[in-house]
Design a protein around this ligand. Structure first.
Ligand code: BG6
Length: 473
């Protein structure tokens, strides 16, 4: 596959995301020969990191830190050679526009049909004015815009952001990124469900009692205090990543792997979400959060959310989906658990000495997907009594470890998809709008924020949310 020439414009190029994910993603694509033959990267931001060479040194340091000893110096040098920096802000993007045109000329100019990939890794408040600037400067022509979450801060501001986008580009130019959708293990949910006869027939309310989407994190603010103060856990994780996971778990068979089919199917799930029941929502804040850098002394921002969602359609009516995530928790995991109902047979009663636990299908969304299924089996011995047993699948063990089978990191994949113009794993305006509608009541009437101990599983009030407790505990 050869991609057309590209100029990549990275706003927020000196920020955390660029250093940890975007440049490493580009580097990996370059190392695998997946970038266009002709491309240039123009970093941008309000503050200059110094000369181009100083910027390149800074990017290189980031690569050394993230890629480590495997860093191929030639590949890195080639990427850096194509990389430059130009300051810009929402009021004035003329120098940037000039730099982009210059880069295009260097790639062959008008005849080369150079495409632009504009990556907006900027805070919510800066997003709209930046988009207007791109329009004014003509930078939206031949461009795809990658927009980072949280896509506004509430329903109104997200609609206004959307209107700002529609003023300057078409929806097929907008790539709203939710990097969870770029994870191997998340895309594997579709493979598991729709390529196997084993699971799909049991994938509904006749068989499934409840679903848990659980993404606890040990990490704390790590310098992101001011971002977090204006965002909070609900917007940072729940209305974005966790809801998107719910979408993949719950969607109807899209029948084909097209952007329209997959996103229609996911969108239908969000349409069917019931209004949240405020008594089934728990907010928490870890002790010590207020002492973090750039955090208010009496901040009320939630660093933990657990809540129940319900999908009101024939497949899922009656099945609670429990979502939980937070910072400074006991473990870092990304786990989806489907808890199955009892088959209701009188044949085997658990004798109380094993076999009490329900069947659970557990998807660990790690780099190499891991799937376990907890089942009941006959305990060896003279009596037909039960014990617990487990199927365990680690995809890394089953797939030969060849360069072609190397998993792509989420940002790496999504940058590639965006350059290909494939929106399948990006979120669409209607999905985002619907998710804001669902959570807006929590913004209007904030739940009480319970304190919790760092290293715990969150506030006590959240522990009992699912019947039978959380899988992770
Ligand atoms: C980001 C959130 O989008 O996702 C972070 O802003 C969170 O708060 C991160 O830690 C988790 O991503 P991953 O890929 O490490 O699971």
């Amino acid at each position: 596959e050869t991609l057309p020439p590209h100029v990549l414009v990275l706003f927020g190029a000196t920020g955390d995301l660029a250093a940890r994910k975007l440049f490493p993603g580009l580097y990996r694509l370059a190392a695998a020969g997946r970038l266009p033959e002709e491309y240039a990267v123009v970093g941008s931001g309000r503050h200059s990191p110094g000369t181009d060479d100083e910027f390149r040194d800074q990017v290189r340091e980031g690569l050394v830190e993230t890629v480590g000893d495997d860093l191929d110096d030639d590949v890195a040098a080639d990427l850096l050679r194509r990389t430059s920096f130009q300051t810009s802000d929402a009021d004035d993007g003329s120098d940037l526009a000039e730099a982009v045109r210059q880069a295009e000329d260097d790639l062959g100019g008008a005849d080369a049909d150079v495409l632009r990939l504009v990556y907006l890794s900027v805070p919510p408040a800066a997003m709209e004015p930046m988009i207007a600037m791109l329009g004014r400067e003509g930078l939206t022509e031949r461009a795809r815009l990658v927009v980072e979450k949280p896509f506004g801060l509430d329903l109104d501001s997200s609609r206004s952001l959307d209107a700002a986008l529609k003023d300057v580009v078409e929806e097929d130019q907008v790539f709203r990124i939710d990097h969870f959708l770029g994870k191997e293990a998340v895309q594997n949910i579709l493979a598991l469900r729709f390529a196997n006869g084993l699971f799909e027939p049991a994938w509904d309310n006749r068989s499934i009692a409840s679903v848990q989407i659980d993404v606890p994190e040990e990490l704390r603010m790590e310098g992101r205090g001011s971002f977090y103060e204006s965002t909070g856990c609900l917007r940072d994780m729940v209305s974005t990543h966790l809801s998107q996971l719910l979408g993949f778990v719950a969607l109807e068979d899209p029948r084909e792997l097209t952007e329209q089919a997959v996103r229609d199917a996911k969108s239908a799930v969000f349409e069917a979400l019931e209004p949240l029941d405020a008594s089934r929502v728990v907010y928490g804040q870890y002790d010590g959060y207020r002492d973090e850098d750039d955090v208010d002394d009496d901040s009320d921002v939630e660093t933990f959310v657990a809540l129940e969602m319900r999908v009101d359609n024939d497949r899922w009516r009656g099945v609670p989906f429990h979502l939980r995530t937070g910072k400074a928790l006991a473990e870092t995991r990304r786990t989806i658990t489907l808890r199955f109902k009892d088959p209701g047979s009188g044949l085997l009663h658990s004798g109380g000495d094993g076999g009490d636990e329900p069947n659970e299908l557990v998807l660990e969304l790690t780099d190499d997907p891991i799937i376990t299924i907890d089942v009941r089996a006959k305990r060896p011995g003279p009596e037909l009594t039960l014990t617990e047993a487990r199927f365990h699948l680690d995809l890394a063990d089953d797939v030969p470890d060849t360069p072609e089978n190397k998993p792509l990191e989420a940002y790496e994949r999504l940058l590639l998809d965006a350059m290909r113009g494939d929106q399948t794993f990006f979120t669409r305006a209607d999905e985002v709008d619907r998710l804001w509608q669902v959570i807006q009541p929590l913004l209007d009437d904030r739940p009480e924020v319970h304190p919790y101990e760092p290293g715990s599983w969150g506030p006590q009030a959240a522990i009992d949310l699912p019947d039978g407790g959380w899988r992770l505990r």
